[in-house]
Design a protein. Structure first.
Lengths: 269, 494
C-alpha cells in the first residue's frame, strides 16, 4: 500500500516535469534545440552538454526537453480525440435503432480486428506524414475500444434503476439522457483514457521513429531515437535519453491511470 | 467431549475491537445460533472458528479448540488440514461460493479428494451425499453447473460439499437468508436433521424466526459482545435486553391491531396480465382502497414486483385494465435505494431534480429539500452525501423523501425494508405509518416477508406463479388461510 503511494507520487512528479517541459521548455533548458555546431558534434554527456550532443552538435538535453510538447502532446491530443469521438458515436449507437447500431458495431469490429499500430500506420500512409496526422492516426486506431465501451455503458445506464427512477418522477427522456446517462458514460471513458494515454504516446513515438511524424530538425523523441541508431556504438546518448523519456513518460502515465482506475473501482463497489 | 470450545475470543481489525471476549461451546449433535444485526461481529466469530479472518485481523483467544485440536496458534497449513475434515462452512451466497465452471459432482467431491478420503466408489458417495441433503434428481444434478440450479438446490449442493469429508462441526453463515420462505424452511429442516445426526452446527443469522426452527441454544451478539444467551425458547419468551426484544419482535408475525377505515376504491384492477418469456402476471383482479395499505406477498418470481410496476405505469400490461377513480399521482420507491439514486449525485441534488420534475420553481427548492429531509427524519447534514456514503436505513429514508417530492397520493413500495436490520426496519416502518397518516396516502407494499406484511398492511394479495391465489383483509387471511400455498407460507414463517 505504502509502496504504491510512493510509486504514484514519483510518477506524478515526473509527469509534472514533462508538463513543465511541454509548456515552458526554456525554464529547463537554456540552449537552442535547433542550434547546430559541427565542432561540438558527438560530445559525450558532460558539464557543457548534460546529455551530450548529436551528429550535428545539437544539445540532446535541450532537444529532449523541447520534444516533450510534441511527443506527449500528440499522445494526449489523440487520447482526448478518441474519448470525444468514442463518446459521441458510442452513445448515439447505444440509443440508435437496431440496424444503425448493428452497422456501427460491425464497422467498429473491423477496425478492432487489426492491430492498433497497423491501423495507425495505414492511416498515416494515406494522410501523409506530420505531427497532426500522427495524432489522427493514433485516434482512429484507439477509438474502437472507446466506442464499444461508450455503447455498452449507454445501454446499461439507459435501463439503470436510477434513470428509471428519474423517469418515474417525471424527468423527460432527453433530460434523463443528458443528465444521468451521458455523464456516467463519460466517467467510464475517462478512466479508460487515463490508461490509454500511455499507449497512445508510445504509438505516436513509434510512428515518428519510422519517420512518419514530425520531420527533422524538429525535436521529437521517436524521431531522435531513430536519428541516433546508426551511431549507437559510438554515441549511445543520442538515442538512450529520448528513449528513457518515452519509457518513463509511458510508465508514469500508466501508473497514474491505474491508480485513478483503482480509485474509481473502489468507490463504485 | 465438545466439538467447539472457544474462550475469550478477541478480534481486532483496523484498530477496533470487533469481537470482544466471546466464549461458548458447542457439543456434537447440538445447534448453536449466533444472532445479531450486521456489524455485530457474528460472521467474524464464525470465520475465526475456520481460521478464515483477513490477514489484517489480530486474533487472540485463551482457548480455541475445534474437534479436539488446539487451534489457537495454528499455522495456515494446520488450518488447511482442519478445514473440511473437522470444520466446514456453508456461506450465504451459493452462486459465488460454487465454482461456475465446475459441475456439482466435482464440487461435492473436492473435500474428499483434498483429504484423501474417497474410497473406490467416489461417484456413489457423491450421489449418496446429494440424496442425504434431499437434492431432487441427484443423478442429473451431479452433472449440472451452479447456474443451472435454483437457489435452494445450490444451497443443498453447498451443504453436501461441506458434509463430504464428514466434519465434526458445520458452520452455516446466513445460509438461508437469500432464500424464499418455503425453501428456507426446508433447508432449515435439513440443517436440523444434520445436527440430530451428530454434527455440531453453528448457525449464524439475523433472523429469530430461522433460529427458532433450527437451534437449541442462541447467543445474541451486539458490537462484538455476547449480550444474552440461553435456550432458544427461553430467550424468545423472555428476552432480557431491549436489543433482543427488538430482534425477536421483528421475526414474529402478529397482524396489526387497528385497521384503517374502509375507504372508497381508488383503483379497480381488472384481469391484468403480462408475459415476458413466460406469463409473469395472470388475470390479476383486485381493488385498492383509499387511505389503506395493500400488501402484495409472494416468493421471488411470483410476479409481485411486475404487478407493482404495472400500477406505477412503468410496465405496460398485455391485457386488462387499470381503472382509477380519479386522477392520481402514483410514485414508486424502488427495491434497491442504492441503485435508484444516481451514484455521482448528492442526495440534495437528486431531491432537487425530483422537485424540478414536479414543477417546483428553482428558488423554492433548497427549502423544500430541507423540508423533505426533515419529514423523513434525515439529518440535514446528510444532504451533501452521495448514496454510497449513507447507511441502508438512511438510503431508504432518502428514497421515501424523493418519492414524496412529487406529492403523491398513491405510494408503491417494493421490498422497502428487506435489506435492513431489524431495529432499523422497525424505524422505517414507523416512518411509513406516520407518513401515511399525515399525508393520507394510499400505499401498496410489496414484500416476501409475512411478518412485515402483517405489521403494516390492512389488506393482502398472496401471489404464486403470477396468480393471485388469495386476497382479503390481513387479519382474516392470516387467521384462516384458504389456499394451500398461503398455509405453507404461514407455516414457513412461524
Amino acid at each position: 500500500m505504502r509502496a504504491r503511494m510512493i510509486g504514484m507520487w514519483v510518477a506524478g512528479a515526473f509527469l509534472a516535469l514533462v508538463a513543465l517541459a511541454a509548456f515552458a521548455p526554456d525554464l529547463l533548458a537554456s540552449q537552442d534545440p535547433l542550434q547546430t555546431d559541427v565542432r561540438a558534434a558527438l560530445q559525450p554527456p558532460g558539464a557543457a552538454h548534460l546529455f551530450g550532443t548529436d551528429q550535428s552538435g545539437r544539445d540532446v538535453f535541450s532537444r529532449v526537453v523541447h520534444g516533450a510538447a510534441r511527443s506527449a502532446g500528440i499522445g494526449l491530443l489523440a487520447t482526448v480525440l478518441a474519448l470525444m469521438v468514442g463518446l459521441v458515436v458510442g452513445a448515439l449507437s447505444g440509443i440508435a435503432p437496431r440496424p444503425v447500431d448493428a452497422v456501427t458495431m460491425r464497422l467498429t469490429d473491423i477496425l478492432l480486428a487489426f492491430p492498433e499500430f497497423l491501423v495507425a500506420l495505414i492511416v498515416v500512409a494515406v494522410l501523409g506524414p506530420g505531427g497532426v496526422n500522427v495524432a489522427i492516426a493514433v485516434t482512429i486506431a484507439a477509438v474502437p475500444v472507446y466506442i464499444r465501451l461508450a455503447r455498452t455503458q449507454t445501454r446499461t445506464l439507459r435501463v439503470a434503476e436510477h434513470v428509471e427512477a428519474a423517469r418515474i418522477l417525471g424527468v423527460g427522456p432527453m433530460r434523463a439522457f443528458t443528465r444521468h446517462v451521458v455523464p456516467g458514460v463519460f466517467g467510464a471513458l475517462s478512466v479508460l483514457a487515463t490508461i490509454g494515454i500511455g499507449s497512445a504516446i508510445l504509438a505516436a513515438a513509434g510512428l515518428s521513429f519510422l519517420g512518419l511524424g514530425p520531420a527533422e530538425p524538429d525535436p521529437e523523441w521517436g524521431l531522435m531515437l531513430a536519428g541516433g541508431r546508426n551511431v549507437l556504438g559510438r554515441a549511445w546518448w543520442i538515442s538512450v535519453f529520448p528513449g528513457l523519456a518515452i519509457t518513463l513518460t509511458v510508465i508514469s502515465a500508466t501508473v497514474i491511470g491505474r491508480t485513478l482506475r483503482a480509485r474509481a473501482d473502489g468507490s463504485a463497489s | 467431549m465438545t466439538a467447539v470450545d472457544v474462550q475469550e475470543l478477541r478480534v481486532r481489525m483496523a484498530g477496533r475491537t470487533v469481537v470482544d471476549g466471546v466464549s461458548f461451546t458447542v457439543a456434537p449433535g447440538e445447534c448453536v445460533a449466533i444472532v445479531g444485526e450486521s456489524g455485530a461481529g457474528k460472521s467474524l466469530t464464525a470465520r475465526a472458528l475456520l481460521g478464515l479472518l483477513p490477514e489484517t485481523a489480530v486474533v487472540s483467544a485463551s482457548r480455541l479448540e475445534i474437534a479436539g485440536t488446539d487451534a489457537a496458534e495454528l499455522s495456515e497449513s494446520g488450518w488447511r488440514r482442519l478445514r473440511g475434515r473437522s470444520i466446514a462452512l456453508v456461506s450465504q451466497d451459493s452462486l459465488s461460493a460454487l465454482d461456475p465452471l465446475r459441475r456439482i459432482g466435482r464440487e461435492v467431491a473436492e473435500p474428499m479428494e483434498i483429504h484423501g478420503l474417497h474410497g473406490a466408489d467416489r461417484d456413489g458417495r457423491v450421489r449418496e451425499l446429494l440424496t442425504s441433503v434431499s437434492m431432487p434428481d441427484p443423478q442429473r444434478t451431479v452433472r449440472s453447473r451452479p447456474h443451472e440450479l435454483s437457489g435452494g438446490m445450490r444451497q443443498r449442493a453447498l451443504i453436501a460439499s461441506a458434509l463430504a469429508a464428514d466434519p465434526t462441526v458445520l458452520v452455516a453463515d446466513e445460509a438461508t437468508t437469500a432464500l424464499d420462505a418455503t425453501v428456507q424452511a426446508r433447508i432449515l429442516d435439513l440443517l436440523r436433521r444434520i445436527a440430530d445426526a451428530g454434527t455440531a452446527v453453528v448457525f449464524i443469522s439475523h433472523d429469530f424466526a430461522a433460529v427458532r426452527r433450527v437451534a437449541d441454544r442462541v447467543l445474541v451478539m451486539r458490537d462484538g459482545v455476547i449480550v444474552e444467551q440461553g435456550a432458544v425458547d427461553e430467550v424468545m419468551r423472555a428476552p432480557r435486553s431491549e436489543y433482543t426484544r427488538a430482534l425477536v419482535a421483528a421475526s414474529t408475525s402478529a397482524p396489526r391491531a387497528q385497521t384503517r377505515p374502509e375507504g372508497g376504491a381508488v383503483l379497480r384492477v381488472l384481469d391484468l396480465s403480462v408475459a415476458f418469456d413466460r406469463p409473469a402476471v395472470v388475470g390479476a383482479t383486485f381493488t385498492l382502497s383509499a387511505g389503506r395499505t395493500l400488501g402484495i406477498v409472494g416468493e421471488s418470481g411470483s410476479g409481485k414486483t411486475t404487478l407493482a410496476r404495472m400500477l406505477v405505469g412503468v410496465q405496460h400490461p398485455d391485457a386488462g385494465e387499470l381503472v382509477w377513480a380519479s386522477p392520481q399521482r402514483v410514485q414508486l420507491v424502488h427495491q434497491n435505494p442504492l441503485g435508484a439514486f444516481d451514484p455521482r449525485w448528492t442526495i440534495a441534488r437528486s431531491l432537487a431534480e425530483a422537485l424540478q420534475a414536479a414543477g417546483v420553481p428553482r428558488a423554492e427548492r433548497p427549502e423544500r429539500v430541507a423540508g423533505l429531509l426533515a419529514e423523513v427524519g434525515l439529518d440535514p447534514e446528510l444532504a451533501g452525501r452521495r448514496p454510497r456514503q449513507l447507511s441502508g436505513g438512511q438510503r431508504q429514508r432518502a428514497a421515501n423523501a424523493r418519492a414524496l417530492a412529487a406529492d403523491p397520493t398513491v405510494l408503491v413500495l417494493d421490498e422497502p425494508v428487506s435489506a435492513l436490520d431489524p431495529t432499523v426496519r422497525g424505524q422505517v416502518l414507523a416512518l411509513l405509518d406516520r407518513l401515511q397518516q399525515e399525508r393520507e396516502l394510499t400505499m401498496v407494499f410489496v414484500s416476501h416477508d409475512l411478518a412485515v406484511i402483517a405489521a403494516v398492511c390492512d389488506d393482502v394479495l398472496v401471489m404464486q406463479d403470477g396468480l393471485i391465489v388469495e386476497q382479503g383483509p390481513v387479519a382474516d387471511v392470516f387467521a384462516a388461510p384458504r389456499h394451500p400455498f398461503t398455509r405453507e407460507l404461514l407455516a414457513a414463517g412461524s
